[in-house]
Design a protein around this ligand. Sequence first.
Ligand code: NDP
Length: 295
Amino acid sequence: MTDLIDGNVHAANVRARTKVRAEAFAAAHGRKPRLDVVIVGNNPASRAYVNTKAKMAHETAIDGRLIELPETVSKEELLGVIAGLNADAGVDGILVQLPLPDHLDGQMMIDAIHPAKDVDGFHPMNVGKLFTASRIDPEAMLIPCTPLGSLLMLLDTVGKEGLSGKKAVVVGRSNIVGKPMAQLLLAYDCTVTIAHSRTKDLPAVCREADILVAAVGRPEMVKGDWIKDGAVVIDVGINRVPTEDGKGRIVGDVATNEAMGKASYITPVPGGVGKMTVACLLHNTIVAAEARVKG
Ligand code: NDP
């Protein structure tokens, strides 16, 4: 018997808590917490993401603003926009939507964001804090949103004791998902393996996992017989696959149908981790806003 971990429910809870805090912030400081999202060019997927972020921000009593720049914006111009947002006392959170056009260096832009406003948690200062902290505190740290959302769902589902001493396998080693996810699981006392494209016998590695996180970007790559009986599976993947009607559909990195009956819990795609990513961005915005006014 496999239970679904419903991202909609978990995300609604995070957003509800964030909204209460955002309203209290506005009452105390005479302005809403503010998140500015910078988008460059017309990438349709990026547009869809930022529109969702702006809509959710408004619903959570956060002042979400969109700064749209043309595909041709220069490095200097974009750095200038970021510097302006860093200097603007009314801005609590800054997010530069990735990927950027080829002529712009995404890491350079992340490095330019003030660490206290880095609500994506990608700035080296925040990455360093995550990797050196003796205790994970999502109220005091800016933690990358997708791993944070995955962790919060795990904690709500199996609790700290359900993680401690467990063997966790994270498939994927990106800076935005795989590596911070592994670090979070390590901080909760899992024994962590990070797998990637060069890992030998990946199915056997996955079969060892009590906690299996797939963050690969390959549709339904993780098969049912890669999953240990009773494992908790977090499927981070968001992949569009073609359908006969031409509309396409979204699937994860795990063959969910095959996992049913093997895993004890699994996040569905869609309706799983993706919902938590946006909720955690709003959570990080209120954390940043509260920290800034405390000074
Ligand atoms: P990246 O492309 O940056 O990283 C993918 C990782 O998967 C790499 O480490 C790569 O290994 C590894 N990999 C690729 N192919 C294989 C393979 N055949 N076997 C084992 N490992 C492999 O992706 P992201 O981390 O940015 O995203 C991963 C997935 O999560 C994507 O589907 C993305 O859309 C989704 N995503 C979902 C979010 C959400 O909100 N739910 C947010 C962010 C991402 P190597 O390093 O060796 O190349």
